[in-house]
Design a protein around this ligand. Structure first.
Ligand SMILES: Nc1nc2c(ncn2[C@@H]2O[C@H](COP(=O)(O)OP(=O)(O)OP(=O)(O)O)[C@@H](O)[C@H]2O)c(=O)[nH]1
Ligand SMILES: [Mg+2]
Length: 441
């Protein structure tokens, strides 16, 4: 089955990219979007040999753009030896078929390209299953031979049209069966992850989110000093990576880096990446990283916010981190940003000083949300004491006069305090976070 659906590009292809300017669209914006499409293709190793832009009043259902323009595409592709034509918009399966016939090229749309990148970058079984589902769902209605003829073409055969109706039916059925199997597998992963998350319920969780390539992994690396390699590629990270921000803090603060977002992220992908994105949904705080060196960064903010909304994570508190300021060298910009987005951080993820500042903001956020309290725990209750050592920031430890109770003055989240409720002596209003940490005896 998978062989029939194999769409992987070899990496040496040349492509012509196509964008459509509709009434009300700004030409510069389309230009930026095509540049983004070009970097998506670049990530796949596909070389773009030319761009075609058409102004249109409306899109035509049969081949999306005008017939004259299709001829231009065909000529440009032929003169630059491009075998691929990539549209910035989503195309319907019949449109792809018509366009392929007319241009004698393999026609792909943006969704297909994004899926291809995801599929190349998937490393864990979970990510692989998630991508495969999205890809199969995308390909199902397109199983008319368009993709498999690409295979044949790559194999050196001539450009043939279609495969037998019967074969298509068989392939569709097999695709559906495979999707069902993969979904079952994912459900199992989800359950395992939910159990893992439960065991971390006393910890504070920060998820780093943002547009792809905004610098999430770089910031994660700086904040945790871990060796997660950032890459100048779109969708370099597909799995969730979780690390403690500083192993000494109590409660522990866990940081997770995850898959980036993009304009028109295929819906199938958002749905199948639910397991990965669960980490975001359960975070106490989101660090929303924005690449401010991109001229239309506001669009990226908007896209990220709407994907978060779609995932049901729109209400989680967010700190905006305007990243890559070092690339701009604009002394006024930080002030403008702070005025326009109160509470934001302006930073460069490659500057140690800036990363420390981000960390301070995270601590400050939680400081506001921690409770300070006094506990009295029987000396022989090792379970409760160990919970205090693991999950609370201990300000002071003492013994009562008889020496049969340990007295803690400490801070923790509401969830932790709820678990220690039997030992509470008092809860204070004001709270503060210190770096003083006592280690477990
Ligand atoms: N100059 C500069 N480059 C940065 C900064 N932050 C990240 N980069 C670079 O930007 C590129 C993308 O960074 P990543 O950290 O991989 O971005 P990401 O958001 O994790 O990307 P995906 O996982 O692909 O969604 C890398 O080449 C980084 O070295 C910064 O503050 N300044
Ligand atoms: Mg990343």
């Amino acid at each position: 089955m998978e062989d029939n659906l194999e769409t992987s590009l070899t990496g040496n292809e040349k492509a012509v990219i196509v964008g459509v300017l509709l009434p009300g669209d700004l030409p510069e914006k389309l230009d930026e979007q095509l540049t983004e499409l070009q970097s998506l293709l670049d990530t796949l190793g596909v070389q773009v040999t030319g761009r075609i832009v058409q102004k249109r009043q409306k899109l035509t259902p049969n081949c999306y753009i005008g017939v004259g323009k299709v001829q231009d595409i065909k000529d440009l592709a032929a003169s630059t030896q491009a075998k691929l034509v990539v549209f910035d918009h989503a195309l319907s399966p019949p449109q792809v078929r018509n366009l392929e016939e007319m241009t004698q090229c393999v026609v792909l749309d943006r969704t297909g390209i994004i899926l291809e990148i995801f599929s190349r970058h998937a490393r864990t079984n979970q990510a692989k299953a998630q991508v495969e589902i999205a890809k199969l769902e995308y390909l199902l209605p397109r199983l008319s031979g368009a993709w498999s003829h690409f295979q044949r073409q790559r194999g050196g055969g001539s450009l043939q049209r279609g495969m037998g109706e019967k074969q298509i039916e068989i392939d569709r059925r097999r695709a559906r069966e495979r999707i069902a199997r993969l979904q079952k597998q994912l459900e199992q992963f989800r359950k395992e992850k939910a159990t893992q998350r439960k065991s971390r319920s006393n910890e504070l969780k920060v998820a780093i989110v943002g547009y792809t390539n905004s610098g999430k992994t770089t910031l994660m690396k700086g904040l945790t000093k871990s060796q997660v390699a950032p890459k100048d590629e779109l969708f370099a990270t597909l799995e969730t990576n979780i690390k403690t921000i500083d192993p000494r803090t109590r409660p522990k603060i866990l940081l997770s880096d995850t898959v980036g977002f993009i304009r028109n992220l295929p819906h199938g992908l958002v749905a199948s990446f639910r397991t990965t994105l669960d980490e975001v949904n359960e975070a106490d705080l989101l660090l929303h990283v924005v690449d401010v060196s991109y001229p239309h960064y506001e669009d990226h903010i908007h896209v990220t916010r709407s994907v978060l909304e779609e995932m049901g994570a729109g209400d989680i508190p967010q700190i905006l981190v305007f990243n890559k300021v070092d690339k701009l060298n604009d002394p006024i910009l930080p002030r403008i940003l702070r005025a326009a987005y109160p509470g934001c951080i302006v930073a460069s993820a490659v500057s140690e000083k800036d990363v420390l500042n981000v960390r301070e903001h995270i601590y400050a956020f939680f400081r506001k949300n921690l409770l300070t309290f006094r506990l009295s725990i029987p000396v022989d209750n090792h379970n409760a004491q160990s919970m205090v050592y693991r999950n609370c920031l201990i300000i002071e430890k003492d013994y009562d006069e008889e020496g049969d109770h340990v007295l803690f003055h400490a801070q923790a989240t509401r969830a932790t305090l709820a678990k220690l409720r039997n030992y509470i002596v008092s809860v204070e209003d004001e709270s503060f976070l210190t770096d003083k940490v006592e280690s477990e005896p």
